[in-house]
Design a protein around this ligand. Sequence first.
Ligand code: GN1
Ligand code: MG
Length: 363
Amino acid sequence: MTNTQEILKQFGIEVDADAIRPLGSGLINDTFRVTTPCNDTPDYVLQRINHAIFTDVDCLQRNIEAATNHIRRKLEAKGTPDIARHCLRFLQVPSTGKTYYYDGNSYWRVMEFIPDAYTYDAVTPEYAYYAGLGFGDFESMLADIPEKLEESIPDFHNMELRLRQLEEAIAADKAGRVAGVADLIEQLRSRADHACLAERLHREGKLPKRICHCDTKINNMLFDADGNILCVIDLDTLMPSFVFSDFGDFMRTAANTAAEDEPNTDLVNFNMEVFEAFTRGYLQSAGGFLTDVEIENLPYAAERFAYMQAIRFLADYLNGDTYYKIQYPEHNLVRTRAQFKLLQSIDQHLDEMKAVVDKYRKK
Ligand code: GN1
Ligand code: MG
């Protein structure tokens, strides 16, 4: 059992053991809230970084530091009040000057806790609009970052790689589960070519990579008690990608009428009100730097991410559940079927989605 108190000491924080409590519901890292006794010190968030997934923690933290410092400078220039609530701040380990600590086994980091902030797992159209504004603003603030960021998970949102990983999982059939999902595999395979449109456009020089968040779930945005956006959190996957990553992953999560792991797929549908509201906000704050190709393909972005998540969940199911935390044996299959149903529902709305994008794009 790791002594989290000892870890915190490396960051200059001394607290009692019962001040450290589990926080949140992420599928990847282990997160703790650290309550400090004194009113003038902030509380902290302690995280054990999942080193199996983020193999290059130094790169990961360099990206996060560069981005948060850049955003902080932008907010200062704009005269934003209370910047500590609008931008994450990571603590350094004094002996190394790094924003992470390696205990010989795990990597740890600490950030200031932002009090009186709220996250939402489900979204109303009103909040989808704010989220669109917020994520678009986040991308625009990072559009001119001078540092060159690296991919902390190489090829994280590369569809061609994800498809290869699925094919490898099918060929290896490690958990003996392929025969039971033959129907699903065929349906997913028939869509593979269309799913790789972004990679083709990029090779043809028609689609740029920009600094994206790459995990734009609604619960990765903090709001204050009055519903104002505070800041974007969970910056692990911040890296160069197509803007489709941010737009598409938001739709995949927030415009789903059911939970990501809803077993009854009849309840899983695509919510056009959320699509419209987010698109309105996103084009308002990001429309200035997006190209025509990026804007015209926003409906494709929604398809792309439901599809990518379906094949990622399925590959993990076939590999015997080594990546995503599961609560029961078929969990990853249930997740796959739910994503696939979402994709089918998205397809039924493509024409409406195009009309919405046309309505809000800056002419
Ligand atoms: C993972 O743990 P969380 O919710 O931040 C995953 C995302 C997936 C998501 C599916 C690094 O994110 O890409 O979309 O689960 N993050 C990584 O729920 O693989
Ligand atoms: Mg995440």
